[in-house]
Design a protein around this ligand. Structure first.
Ligand code: UT7
Length: 330
């Protein structure tokens, strides 16, 4: 596939990740618990997906609540106050309300009164899209601090009677604080995003405001999505690395969208990476869509100390299809 045909690109460093935070709802649902009501087993789910459990939001707990909790943790690590934030972008496909945006709900919860707030919907690729947009706006408008959040309540678009999808998804949120600096060789070096709407049928909800006046439930052709995920995520990682003049082997961490451990293993193998270079946290929280990359980064940071100069890349594929990668030099 010709990558340059339908993608947007950025080449410029300086916008650094200075804080990371995440939040998972309290209620944990194990594979065994799902097997009580679905024709499935813990063994099948572990072997085919690597997932052992997922977290499910409580009644009255919304995407904005998850997002705000993750944001507060990221702000604390960054030692940045809410009123210093210029831009809030939330990647979500499961907003609190059709409008206003979930980002404005979060702005209110945080008291981030100076910020411009907006949502980005690129489904599971949402966090990479949001980073790309935030980076571009920071460079072109001059925002100093941005809060980029991935937050989802996937449990609310899950068909709990469909064993093909109900076992895969969970709720959660992750956030990064970005700061504009003059260190052009650090921060987001390059990112790439792409979309191909000819694949909308392979992964979608069967409802929406304009069609059914409901959110609908999720449907996925798993095998097809799997194949596209490996191919497109690897291609975009290779593209970002090539632009930065490095090979994927030089990456300290690949932080892929956490959909299925077998997808991640296939990507790592194709890119020639060792196990320790590929972050895998899907077992703990299942597929949390746009939240999964910052959640995985936060998990990784508990075990890996990132040094100045380390290359970290985020990559994802989501419904649409939408996909992309974002290369950061720590
Ligand atoms: O977030 C966006 C990106 N999302 C993804 O990347 C997800 C991509 N896809 C996948 O992760 C995998 O395709 C799945 C985990 C969804 C499915 O794994 P698979 O190895 O592709 O299984 P399959 O769909 O080919 O199903 C194999 C068998 C079928 O039975 P038969 O037809 O062989 O008799 C299914 O009916 O497994 C059956 N099956 C199940 N069995 C027990 C499907 N779901 C289950 C289940 N428990 N939960």
């Amino acid at each position: 596939m010709n990558h340059t045909a339908h993608e947007a690109t950025m080449l410029m460093g300086g916008n650094r990740i200075i804080g990371v935070g995440s939040y998972l709802p309290k209620r944990r649902v194990s594979n065994e618990m799902l097997a009580q009501t679905l024709d499935t087993t813990d063994e099948w789910i572990r072997e085919r997906t690597g997932i052992t459990q997922r977290h499910i939001a409580a009644e009255g707990e919304y995407t904005s609540h998850l997002a705000a909790a993750a944001a507060q943790a990221a702000l604390a690590e960054a030692e940045v106050e809410a009123h210093e934030i210029d831009l809030i972008i939330i990647a979500t496909a499961t907003p609190d309300t059709s409008f206003p945006s979930t980002a404005t709900h979060v702005q209110k919860l945080l008291g981030a009164s100076r910020a411009v707030a907006m949502d980005v919907n690129a489904a599971c690729a949402g966090f990479v899209y949001a980073l790309h947009v935030a980076n571009a706006l920071m460079h072109h408008i001059g925002y100093r601090h941005a809060l980029v959040i991935g937050a989802e309540t996937m449990s609310r678009v899950t068909d709990w009677n469909d064993r093909r999808t109900a076992i895969l998804f969970g709720d959660g949120a992750g956030a990064c604080v970005l700061r504009a600096t003059n260190e052009r060789t650090r921060g987001i070096l390059t990112s790439t995003i792409a979309s191909d709407g000819t694949y909308t049928d392979l992964l979608h909800t069967d409802g929406g405001v304009s069609t059914t006046q409901t959110a609908g439930v999720l449907f996925m052709e798993g095998k097809e999505v799997f194949r596209h995920a490996v191919e497109k995520m690897c291609q975009s990682v290779e593209l970002c690395c090539a632009r930065a003049g490095i090979t994927p082997k030089e990456l300290r961490l690949l932080v892929p969208h956490q959909a299925n451990a077998r997808i991640l293993a296939a990507c790592a193998k194709r890119l020639g990476l060792q196990d320790h270079q590929c972050v895998m946290s899907v077992e703990h929280h299942a597929n949390t869509s746009a939240a999964s990359i910052p959640l995985a980064l936060d998990f990784a940071k508990k075990n890996v100390i990132l040094e100045q100069g380390d290359y970290v890349i985020f990559t994802a594929l989501g419904a649409g299809f939408t996909w992309g990668s974002c290369l950061v030099r720590w």
